[in-house]
Design a protein around this ligand. Sequence first.
Ligand code: LLP
Length: 430
Amino acid sequence: RTVSRNAADGVVTVGGIDVKTLAEEFGTPAYFLDEADFRARCRAWREAFKGEGEDADVFYAGKAFLSRAVVRWLNEEGLNLDVCSAGELATALAAGMPAERIALHGNNKSTAEIERAVEEGVGRIVLDSFQEIVRVAHIAQRLGRRQRVQIRITVGVEAHTHEFIATAHEDQKFGIPLAGGLAAEAVRRALKLDGLELIGIHSHIGSQIFDTSGFEVAAHRVVGLLKEIRDEHGVELPEIDLGGGLGIAYTSEDDPREPHEIAKALRDIVHRECDAAGLAVPRLSVEPGRAIVGPTAFTLYEVGTVKELPGLRTYVSVDGGMSDNIRTALYDAEYSVALVSRASTAEPMLSRVVGKHCESGDIVVRDAFLPADLAPGDLIAVPATGAYCRSMASNYNHALRPPVVAVRDGQAREIVRRETEEDLLRLDVG
Ligand code: LLP
């Protein structure tokens, strides 16, 4: 990381530029993304999954945060890209990601999305339902193509994370359950269709997960299905994808796993189970989003008002809120926060950092200690906002969505510019 605090005046610097200079140039609120850190994380994932004599593919999950600059960095660092909508696909293609390195996801891809993906020649479409198996096969056939596909299954693992972001239990909208022979039936149907080339099985168990055991159980069950497929059809599928989901540290209490730990756990189990079953080891792929981009950015806010409620806590209002970070309101997510524009030796005060939106659930950081001399005009930063903050940002209360500024080697530039009132009014056609 290139974030540090100047010992003399307490001002925080990122990528060689201090936050006061950044705030003057780009305004607040804004997301500042450390490009060197982003690239280093891409390389750590690539290297972790390389293994001895075997390669694996790392598909960055674009839903976490996507822009053309990000696509170029991924391209340069040798990563592939997982997209889940026409908009993400268009961004990827516009920035020059080769189609064969793109995977298309989604539980309800439209016909237009599928057609575009097939025409462009995306490397894989991840099939999510029985109807979609037929739909993609027909579209591919009509376009004279044979589309490479994986089937997304739910392996019945309870990932220990928030209910809204757990995806491997059976009672939810994604994937086809392994239970009851449904996944095996999906494979049976896909293998029969000329428009499809079934290359593998996909599993994504959820997001913000700290423990490798859920991934291990998933890998075990996916390999179990490969074995069933071999026994029934005499076909060995060449690939498996174990999704994304590795958690990051939002506060000092979080203790995340490193890419090499997850890589080793997954490789060990896949090798062991394949050897035991007499299967060739399939090519592995993963889809980290949060673990790559999450820690690389922070949100910089300016303090507007500080309201002390005696005996309760102090409400610190900032110039953004749930429109630039919905995660606290939506998932009870925890964040930390720090005063970054000066030093302070004042006592810590129990604070709640809130936004400027018209509802009381508009909380950015639920409980935090900030110095008691905090005052309007101070800059505070919330770290680890690179994933699912700008990508889930809204115009609630006609807020203008903040820019994403990439900082590197003393240079800062907007990779997504700040919205303007003209942007807002452009869509309002009267
Ligand atoms: N692959 C698939 C098929 C996914 O659905 C997802 C995330 C990922 C990969 C990437 O997961 P990651 O490595 O980023 O955990 N908005 C929520 C997270 C939703 C995740 C949706 N799918 C949040 O802010 O926590």
